[in-house]
Design a protein around this ligand. Structure first.
Ligand SMILES: [Zn+2]
Length: 323
């Protein structure tokens, strides 16, 4: 950081909420790009710091990263112009200083471990939505603009995506982000959009968090799986689990005894010899989340209603409402 950088950081510091100097060449404040946490006004996740010959900005909330030059330009065109003139005078007109477009410096497209998106717990609309359904908002991320989030992954194929808010359900396999699902908050939009970053990867949520040599429960949706211990969720129909080392899968389908598609999948699962949960007929709720909201001890229900083979067939025939 040179004297001009420091001067202009102080010049705009009045506009940066909770601005403070952490130490030499490191400043911290509420991010003006995303506005930082709406819930906690004390959260300060924007930083300005020295990086080689540049000064860079980074936000740990929204993931924005750019040079100080670009940051200044977004904040105040007039001040930015002055800054450029002063930099020009001392000869720092190299591409990294003046002419460069915002350059993203952190984990962006290629990051495979962490999503640079806020958690749902940090975003009011998302945490309200999840908490209403008793779902832990710290387990999922949030994209303000789903279309541009998907576009930040060159390996993702995407078409007709809308600029809309979506809850992001990350799919990890062996600690690598292999894809994600975007869950709409708007009932008029497509409910789930699955984007895979590796074509051959299993479309399954929660694979890194299971003990494979114990019973592994497989639910129909990621949200449902968060209520069940040692579980994963299908993120597409007819997911193949044969190569994943799961020795005792227990399939949990939605409680929709009139849904032909589900009936045929249950039938095939029973025929394959795997264990399956057949919901007691007095339960009317259609999925695990609804059962949780209705006050059921779902973990226990599952334990008491897991069947296989002939017994599964008998229970299934009794449960289904369609011939
Ligand atoms: Zn931010």
């Amino acid at each position: 950081m040179d004297a001009i950088d420091v001067k202009y950081i102080h010049l705009i510091s009045a506009r940066l909420e909770k601005f403070k100097k952490v130490k030499r060449d490191l400043y911290n404040f509420r991010c003006p790009i995303c506005g930082d946490s709406k819930k906690n006004k004390n959260k300060t996740r924007g930083y300005l710091y020295s990086a080689k010959r540049d000064v860079n900005f980074k936000c740990h909330n929204c993931g924005s990263g750019m040079t100080f030059n670009s940051f200044l330009k977004q904040l105040d065109l007039g001040v930015h112009k002055q800054y450029c003139i002063e930099k020009f005078k001392i000869g720092k007109t190299g591409r990294s200083h003046i002419t460069n477009e915002p350059k993203f410096i952190f984990e962006k497209p290629k990051f495979s471990k962490k999503l640079s998106l806020p958690l749902c717990s940090e975003i009011e609309v998302a945490s309200n939505y999840l908490e209403r359904r008793k779902i832990d908002p710290t387990k999922f991320h949030f994209a303000e603009d789903f279309a541009s989030f998907v576009k930040s992954f060159p390996e993702a194929s995407h078409h007709n995506l809308r600029k809309e808010q979506r809850i992001i359900i990350p799919l990890y396999y062996e600690k690598v982000l292999i894809g994600f699902q975007g869950r709409s908050l708007d009932s008029k939009s497509i409910k789930y959009i699955t984007v895979m970053l590796k074509e051959e990867a299993p479309k399954i949520y929660g694979l890194d968090n299971i003990t494979k040599n114990e019973a592994v429960y497989i639910t129909e949706g990621p949200f449902d799986s968060t209520f069940i211990s040692n579980s994963v969720a299908m993120c597409g129909a007819d997911v193949d689990i044969s190569n994943l080392g799961i020795s005792n899968p227990v399939w949990i389908y939605d409680n929709e005894p009139r849904n032909r598609e589900i009936l045929s999948r249950i039938s095939r699962t029973i025929d394959s010899g795997h264990s399956i949960v057949i919901w007691p007929t007095q339960i009317k709720e259609k999925d695990i989340n609804d059962m949780i909201l209705a006050g059921y001890d779902v973990q226990n229900l599952i334990k008491l209603n897991t069947y296989s083979g002939l017994e599964a067939k008998l229970k299934f025939n009794n449960w289904k409402k369609y011939e």
